[in-house]
Ligand binder design. Structure first.
Ligand SMILES: *Cc1c(COP(=O)(O)O)cnc(C)c1O
Length: 463
């Protein structure tokens, strides 16, 4: 608890970061459409609805905390990505952002492919009958049994992340008598402009094989040397919550240069490149994400230009958005408990969840918004910090927010844009029961992942 839990010394969540708030918004009752899912409205009576369902009724029926996932919004975003990239490109949804059988079915119906990076994610995909050839298998430390299972299932591609893995996958594929389609994940020396913990393409990191020092070219050499591997291309993922395509520009250039070097050395033009995911979403009204068609247009232009100058045919492009599809489609509904005003500082508003259902604020200093949703209020704005109920001072959900000064225990508040990396990173810390995910669509609500129970916890505890 608090400082002693972090023997490594000061870190996020211990040394509380500076406040980032500017001024209170003009209207605390307004719901900015950038951060809320598309069917969220505030009714004339002040109660917020999603897909036509009042949050007060949803709380009664499903309890709090709970995630409400706007299925219409999710499907529209899938369609927008698929349409923007068209038939000569592939969109892989990054399952780690949030995966469940219902989500897999929606992806399948909307024509998207799926990235998985563990046996558990693969089994969820297969349980919901995602065709295996539409699955890409990622990870920096796939075990031999995982590799065998992925190949036996018939996954469309395995993204190779190290020299050892090239040999391992080649060996397992040979044993199984399969020619496995693979890509090589490279690092291109680009650091996405975002928090250090979630930037992944500078070379000092566990993922990928560096282009700069010739390692990636050596990896291609080795992969091409195995008859049991069909090398279809190169993969580069440069980070997360990125708003500007400058990083992708450098990444595409280096990847295309590698393809040109491969052609020069081996006389082979690799047919595909994957530019990864990492496109940003609005967590607060200050964030300004770009639409899928703009992203598609600029990535296509960048790749085409680089290929022209290298004299290469334009390869098939794939991208892997996770957050940009599911992030904006859900909010977390909480009930307000203890309210503690600290004179001259701020008011601490405790909710009935916390870092067990949203670790991102504690982990990355992520910013979120919050609103009172069970009623409207004309009270003055009150500088607030929304915190959870865990035994940890870093258990913060929303670091700085304005809530109405008449906020009271029993009110419902909602934190928008929690579709990605919240339920998927949820924990049982303090033996919290992980909240349900409720899909809402056209006036109907359906639990797609149920709330954990104490029986679930005790089932694992063999005494
Ligand atoms: C995490 C990850 C993604 C998705 O990232 P988002 O920020 O959710 O878009 C895509 N590709 C790879 C390889 C990843 O590790």
């Amino acid at each position: 608890m608090s400082r002693s839990a972090h023997p490594a010394g000061p870190r996020h969540g211990d040394v509380l970061p500076e406040s980032h708030y500017t001024a209170p918004p003009a209207d605390l009752n307004a719901l900015d459409e950038k951060v809320w899912s598309r069917t969220v409205r505030r009714g004339d009576d002040g109660v917020v609805t999603v897909a036509g369902l009042e949050v007060t009724k949803l709380a009664e029926e499903f309890g709090t905390p709970a995630y409400f996932l706007d299925e219409t919004d999710f499907r529209e975003r899938c369609r927008a990505w698929a349409h923007a990239f068209g038939s000569d490109a592939d969109v892989f949804y990054a399952g780690k952002a949030f995966l469940s059988k219902a989500v897999v079915r929606w992806l399948k119906e909307e024509g998207l492919n799926l990235d998985v990076c563990s046996a558990g994610e693969l089994s969820t995909a297969l349980a919901a009958e995602m065709p295996a050839d539409r699955i890409a298998y990622h990870g920096n430390n796939k075990s031999v049994p995982e590799i065998r299972r992925a190949i036996e299932a018939g996954v469309g591609r395995i993204v190779l992340d190290s020299f050892q893995e090239i040999a391992r996958v080649a060996h397992v594929a040979r044993e199984l008598g399969v020619r496995q389609r693979v890509q090589i994940r490279v690092t291109v020396g680009v650091e996405a402009h975002t928090h250090e913990f979630i930037a992944t393409a500078h070379e000092d990191q566990k993922f990928g094989i560096a282009v700069a020092d010739g390692q990636a070219a050596e990896a291609v050499r080795r992969a091409l040397g195995h008859d049991s591997l069909e090398l279809i291309g190169v993969h580069s993922h440069i980070g997360s919550q990125i708003f500007d395509t400058a990083g992708f520009e450098v990444s595409a250039r280096r990847v295309v240069q590698l393809l040109a070097a491969v052609r020069d050395e081996h006389g082979v033009e690799l047919p595909e490149i994957d530019l990864g995911g990492g496109l940003g979403i609005a967590y607060t009204p200050e964030d300004d994400p770009r639409e899928p068609h703009e992203i598609a247009k600029s990535l296509r232009e960048i790749v085409t230009r680089e290929c022209e100058s290298a004299g290469l045919a334009v390869p098939r492009i794939s991208v892997e958005p996770g957050r940009a599809i599911v992030g904006p489609t859900a909010f977390t509904l909480y009930e307000v408990g203890t309210i503690k005003p600290l004179e001259g500082l701020r008011t601490y508003v405790s909710v009935d969840g916390g870092m067990s259902d949203n670790i991102r604020t504690a982990l990355y200093d992520a910013e979120y918004s919050v609103a009172l949703v069970s009623r409207a209020s004309d009270a003055d704005p009150m500088l607030s910090r929304v915190v959870g109920k865990h035994c940890e001072s870093g258990d913060i959900v929303v670091r700085d927010a304005f809530l109405p000064a008449d906020l009271a225990p029993g009110d419902l508040v909602a934190v928008p844009a929690t579709g990605a990396y919240c339920r998927s990173m949820a924990s049982n810390y303090n033996h919290a029961l992980r909240p349900p995910v409720v899909a809402v669509r056209d006036g109907a609500a359906r639990v797609i992942v149920r709330r954990e129970t104490e029986e679930d916890l005790l089932r694992l505890d063999l005494g």
